[in-house]
Design a protein around this ligand. Sequence first.
Ligand SMILES: Cc1ncc(COP(=O)(O)O)c(C=O)c1O
Length: 385
Amino acid sequence: MTIKVSRRATEIPPFFVMEVMRAADARAVSGEAVYHMEVGQPGTRAPQGALLAAEEALRAQRLGYTDAQGVPEIRAAIAKRYQDYYGLAVAPARVVATTGSSAAFVLAFLAAFDAGDRVALAAPGYPCYSNILSALGIEPVALLTTAEDRFQPSPALLDRALEAGPIDGLIVASPSNPTGTMLGSDAFRDLAAYCRDKGIRLISDEIYHGITYDRKADCALKFTADAIVINSFSKYFSMTGWRLGWMVVPEDLSRAIECLSQNLYISPPTLSQVAGLAALQCEAELDQNVAVYARNRALLLESLPRAGIDRLAPADGAFYLYADISRLTNDSDAFCRAMLAETGVAATPGIDFDPARGNRFMRFSFAGPTAEIESAAQALVDWRR
Ligand SMILES: Cc1ncc(COP(=O)(O)O)c(C=O)c1O
């Protein structure tokens, strides 16, 4: 007898960027140059203060399980950050430490939605949102945003989606991955009001806050108390592998999220909570990383057009440039493969972020060291000459 494999298991698509990484790593093993612009993670280590705190904790602490929502110290310190950074009062009891923002999405979706519910999100967008929703039996509803919308959701796009059926939730990311674009304050306020009027649960992924170039990003809590806010130590705090994130949960979901956390994860990683607590004090070092991203961004904005890649989304934040390459190709996957083979520059085809239209787009990550970005840019200019 054949033993069953779930439909869910066979339907979940790969995260293509991981496949690009594998191809780039294979090329590196064969001794050829590779410039990593595919990965969405800082090239830097965790900040020094976090490393020292972790070293000390390894020696001195038992590092057992913690409360499912995190140790009180980190919950209080994160709550304080909302006051200090955004001027928003958040009670520590509403802060939940999680195993990266990835676990926070699972908790948020399970707490807010039932199987069969419909959740809207921008395309292009971070692919794991819809892949996690689908794995949980929740239907992702793609809002086909354009450069004119700054690739962000709008009430008009939601109106159109509502014509096809009810919408139970909306995920926003400002700055977004892959485009780096941000919602203006008025646009964010309008979206939050729209969601409140229509009974739509707003989930705001704020993982790229702290990495912006002209102005600070708005926290969704500035506009509504009903939103689930999700954030992480992975990007601004440069701690991807430590797997630590957090959420700020509205009162009506607080107990459900606590029980889900206990059952699904027991607790977020204890050593990482120690390190994360210290990282919250390391802003001076972390802001230097942001200064490097700003230099890399400026360098690419100047050089990519010389390589014929000149239709770039306005990257207000994060460390990505999303390029419309429709004048160069109709097959971004083949284009990225050829680019890697012929120049050593690894970047991600848009199909990862927008299955319907991503064949005409690609994403460059500029989170690496400036010297690597500089060499990559030169290789691309030489390639297209
Ligand atoms: C927009 C966005 N949200 C969430 C994540 C997941 O991050 P974490 O490491 O916190 O799980 C990523 C990772 O690239 C991302 O780009």
